[in-house]
Design a protein around this ligand. Structure first.
Ligand SMILES: *Cc1c(COP(=O)(O)O)cnc(C)c1O
Length: 410
C-alpha cells in the first residue's frame, strides 16, 4: 500500500491568492463595469531588456546549426554566465566567490524551497513573520515542524516578528536555532536590514553554529548605501551563509526563469559521526542528481545583462518600478496612511488606518476605489493590520491608482 507524506496534510490550502481572486470575481460580477487596478501580485509587467531579447534570438539560431548546437550543459550553469555573475556581483565588490560555489537554476523559488533537503530534519528553523511562504511551507513538507496552531503558527518553528514596533528588524531568537531564513530587501514588507543588523545575525550564526539562508531576490532594488547587496559583504558571512539570487525581479525574468545560489565551501554542518561536511558538496550532489541545467537560450539571455548596455537597461527597468514605488508612497502619505518600504524594494507595506483588519481594508480598497492589493495577514500573523501594494504595475495604472486614494472615505 502506498502511503502519503502526511506532512503535506499539515499545510492549510493556499488560501491567500485564491481568496483574493474569489472576492475580486464576486465584486466584478456585481459591478461588471468596474475598472479594477491590480497592485496585488508580485509579478513584473514590463518587457525584458532589449539586450536579453537579442541574446536569446541569437541563442535560438545557435540551436539551429550542428556546429553551434547545445545539448545538456553543465548542471551548475555555463561559465559564460557564472563568470559574469561572479565578476559583476561579487569580485567587483571585493567578495571572492569560486566558480564551484555558484549554482545556476531555473529561479530562486526552487532553490529556496529545495535547499532544506541538505539539512537534517531535526534542525530548528527560524523564520520572520510576516514571510514569503516558500521557506515555511517547504520545511512543513519535510517534517521539520509540528502542526498548525490556533494562533496561525506551526509548532516547533521559531517565529521572528517584524512589525513597525521593531522597525521590521527581527530580534535574535532567545532559544538556539539551526537554520535562519532572511529575505533582504524583504517581500512582503519592502524593508531592509542595515549592515549593523545583518552583522548581528552573522555573529549569532557563528556563535550558535547556525546557517543563514539569505534570499536576496530584490538586491537590484537597493538604493541606500548602508544596505548590503550581498550578505557576503558582512565579515564572516562566507562561513555561515547561503545566498539566493534571481533574474526575475532584476531583469523581468519571472516568465523566462533563471536564478542562482551561492554555497561557499566554508559553510559546513555536522554529520552523524561528528565530522564537519561542507554544504557545497551536498548541494552539488543534489543539484546534479535532480536538475539538468537551465536552458542554454535562457542563460544567454541572463548573461546579456552583464554587458555595459545590459547594465544600463536593467537600471532603467529597476528605476521605472522604483519611481512607481515613490508615487505610491507619496500618494499614501498625502491621504494620511502610514507606509513603509518602497525605498530599497518594489513593495509598499502600509499600516491599515483605524486598526482595520487586513481583509477589511482589502474590501474597502476594492469597493470604494476598485484597487486590488494583498492583505498582510496572508503572509503571517504579524502581517495582520498591514497591507501590501506592489510597484510592479505600469506607470499609467500606478498613477491612476494613486489618484483614487483621495476618494477613500475615512
Ligand atoms: C520573486 C521572489 C523570488 C524569485 O523567485 P523566482 O523563482 O526566481 O522567480 C525569490 N524570493 C522572493 C522573496 C521573491 O519575492
Amino acid at each position: 500500500m502506498a502511503t502519503i507524506n502526511d506532512n503535506y496534510l499539515k499545510l492549510p490550502g493556499s488560501y491567500l491568492f485564491a481568496e483574493i481572486a474569489r472576492r475580486v470575481a464576486a465584486y466584478k460580477e456585481a459591478n461588471p463595469d468596474a475598472d479594477i487596478i491590480r497592485l496585488g501580485i508580485g509579478d513584473v509587467t514590463q518587457p525584458l531588456p532589449q539586450v536579453c531579447i537579442e541574446a536569446m534570438h541569437k541563442a535560438v539560431d545557435d540551436q539551429a546549426k550542428a556546429e553551434t548546437f547545445h545539448g545538456y550543459g553543465p548542471e551548475q550553469g555555463y561559465s559564460f554566465l557564472t563568470e559574469a555573475i561572479i565578476k559583476n556581483n561579487y569580485t567587483d565588490r571585493g567578495i571572492e566567490i569560486a566558480p564551484d560555489e555558484i549554482f545556476v537554476s531555473d529561479g530562486s523559488k526552487s532553490d529556496c524551497g529545495n535547499i532544506q533537503e541538505i539539512f537534517g530534519t531535526a534542525n530548528k528553523v527560524a523564520i520572520t513573520d510576516p514571510v514569503y511562504p516558500v521557506y515555511l511551507d517547504t520545511n512543513v513538507m519535510a517534517g521539520r515542524t509540528g502542526t498548525l496552531q490556533e494562533d496561525g503558527h506551526f509548532e516547533g518553528v521559531v517565529y521572528l516578528p517584524c512589525t513597525a514596533e521593531n522597525n521590521f528588524a527581527p530580534s535574535l531568537p532567545t532559544e538556539k536555532v539551526d537554520m535562519i531564513y532572511l529575505c533582504c530587501p524583504n517581500n512582503p514588507t519592502g524593508t531592509t536590514l542595515s549592515r549593523a543588523e545583518l552583522t548581528k545575525w552573522v555573529n549569532y550564526a557563528k556563535e550558535n553554529d547556525a546557517v543563514i539562508l539569505f534570499d536576496a531576490a530584490y538586491a537590484a532594488y537597493i538604493t541606500e548605501d548602508d544596505v548590503p547587496r550581498s550578505i557576503y559583504e558582512i565579515p564572516g558571512a562566507k562561513d555561515v551563509a547561503i545566498e539566493f539570487r534571481s533574474f526575475s525581479k532584476t531583469a523581468g525574468f519571472t516568465g523566462t526563469r533563471c536564478g542562482y545560489t551561492i554555497v561557499p565551501k566554508t559553510v559546513t554542518g555536522r554529520a552523524a559521526d561528528g565530522s564537519r561536511v561542507p554544504f557545497n558538496k551536498l548541494w552539488n550532489r543534489r543539484h546534479t542528481t535532480k536538475f539538468n541545467g537551465t536552458a542554454y537560450i535562457v542563460q544567454r539571455g541572463a548573461a546579456a545583462i552583464y554587458t555595459e548596455e545590459g547594465q544600463k537597461q536593467v537600471k532603467e527597468l529597476v528605476s521605472y518600478y522604483m519611481e512607481n514605488a515613490r508615487i505610491i508612497r507619496e500618494g499614501l502619505k498625502a491621504v494620511g496612511i502610514k507606509a513603509y518600504g518602497g525605498v530599497n524594494a518594489p513593495y509598499i507595506w502600509l499600516k491599515t488606518p483605524d486598526n482595520m483588519s487586513s481583509w477589511d481594508f482589502f474590501d474597502k480598497l476594492l469597493h470604494e476605489v476598485n484597487i486590488v492589493g494583498t492583505p498582510g495577514a496572508g503572509f503571517g500573523p504579524c502581517g495582520e493590520g498591514y497591507f501590501r501594494l506592489t510597484a510592479f504595475g505600469s506607470r499609467e495604472n500606478t498613477e491612476r491608482a494613486v489618484a483614487r486614494f483621495a476618494k477613500l472615505k475615512f
